[in-house]
Design a protein around this ligand. Structure first.
Ligand SMILES: *Cc1c(COP(=O)(O)O)cnc(C)c1O
Length: 397
């Protein structure tokens, strides 16, 4: 499903306002604030002439409905003037695979940062390899050094800032400048910060993806993905979505749009609570390192400060070396922090991770067991009490 429109009018508003006004056509909605949830496949043409001419704003459910149009326009208003259109996918991983299949062909070379979301790596090593695309992984901190890895057939460079477990911060503008000089497209998984806090398309990225399952949805109740592209890349995405038949169900489209309306206040709170919890954790004797780009101690802090306007609620910690049983005792003692994958909902989460087994361009040896935390919208004092309980179990084990 793909749509584009001219967001010029919305550009004059501040971004928090655009989250509220984007994609709203009250007149077409019979006065209602929100669009209808259009469940539809067939669209009827009034005359044979209209049918032959494919006349009409909507032609078939897979290609878009009034509900998808409202969401796409809201996301375009959020992305800003570089955005030529937003494609919709049934999951974040679906947005990634659709993007890569839309851009690449047999014989191409792809550069992917070593901290990339692991299922993205699996897609590159699995399906893309089978289809004759060669992938090389690079150190996320490579910067302009990426020049050495670009080949004449390098078609695209995939970045993710920060990596969603290890939190390394690639220098996207530097990587993009080199990639563009060699004719390669730059693709960014911008799920952590969302376009609200990281304006990828303004920083030289050609295609910016979201696992909208996370902060756009915001309530752990949908699977969803979006693909925002600039004018250079948008025709490729439109064609790829059409050929692959990628679309999403109307209820999830509606929930994604509902999430957009409150993204500003939710993300501001995730930022505040996340930074407060990160600072509190940095002072704990059980924690040897906090991997949060908004902390001055983080190696990527300068890049975060330059390129981002906020942080979300996801970061990692490195614990004092102790056996896995101690970490498990800590996790089992937590009552507010749930153990589960994904993030970006209203609830706090804690999950152990280890990148060592699958990294290829860099090695991962943080010096202790690692936990990824998502700081939800609970009261931070209650979250500290919960972690106190967890650390007591960690120390006792
Ligand atoms: C979750 C996630 C995805 C995939 O999203 P799904 O909707 O779960 O398919 C992609 N990238 C990042 C960084 C993620 O965290």
């Amino acid at each position: 499903m793909a749509s584009s429109n001219d967001p010029a009018a919305a550009v004059r508003q501040n971004v928090e306002t655009r989250l509220i006004t984007g994609g709203r056509d009250t007149k077409a909605q019979h006065g209602f604030v929100n669009p209808p949830v259009v469940h539809g496949s067939t669209v009827l043409y009034p005359t044979a002439e209209d049918l032959h001419a494919h006349r009409g704003e909507f032609q078939y459910g897979r290609h878009g409905t009034p509900t998808t149009k409202a969401l796409q326009q809201a996301l375009m208003a959020l992305e800003g003037p570089q955005c030529a259109g937003v494609g919709i996918a049934p999951s974040g991983l679906g947005a990634i695979s659709t993007t890569l299949l839309s851009v690449l062909k047999a014989g191409d070379h792809l550069l992917v940062c070593d901290s990339v979301y692991r299922p993205t790596r699996n897609f590159c090593n699995g399906m893309l390899a089978r289809y004759g695309v060669e992938t090389t992984y690079f150190d996320p901190l490579i910067g302009t050094g990426i020049e050495q890895l670009l080949k004449p057939n390098t078609r695209a460079v995939v970045v993710e800032a920060p990596g969603s477990q290890s939190f390394e911060m690639p220098d996207i503008p530097a990587i993009a400048a080199v990639a563009h000089a060699h004719g390669a497209l730059v693709i960014d998984d911008n799920t952590w910060a969302t376009p609200l806090y990281h304006r990828s398309l303004d920083q030289g990225v050609d295609i910016s993806m979201q696992a909208a399952t996370k902060y756009i949805g915001g309530h752990s109740d949908i699977m969803f993905g979006t693909i925002s592209a600039n004018a250079k890349a948008w025709p490729l995405i439109v064609e790829g979505i059409r050929l692959l038949g990628v679309c999403a169900g109307p209820d999830d489209v509606f929930l994604a749009l509902r999430g957009v309306r409150t993204l500003g206040v939710r993300l501001a709170q995730h930022h505040r609570s996340g930074v407060e919890m990160a600072r509190w954790l940095a002072a704990r004797p059980e924690v040897i390192q906090v991997l949060h780009p908004a902390l001055e101690s983080h190696p990527g802090h300068a890049i975060w400060k330059r390129d981002f306007t906020g942080a979300s609620g996801l970061f990692s910690i490195v614990l004092q070396p102790k056996p896995q049983a101690a970490v498990d005792a800590m996790l089992d003692a937590l009552t507010l922090f749930g153990m589960g994958y994904s993030w970006g909902g209203f609830e706090s989460l804690a999950i152990p991770f280890d990148c060592a087994s699958y990294r290829t361009a860099t090695s991962w040896a943080p010096g202790g067991p690692t936990l990824r935390l998502h700081i939800g919208l609970e009261n931070v004092e209650d979250l500290k009490t919960d972690l106190d309980r967890g650390f007591a179990a960690f120390n006792a084990a």
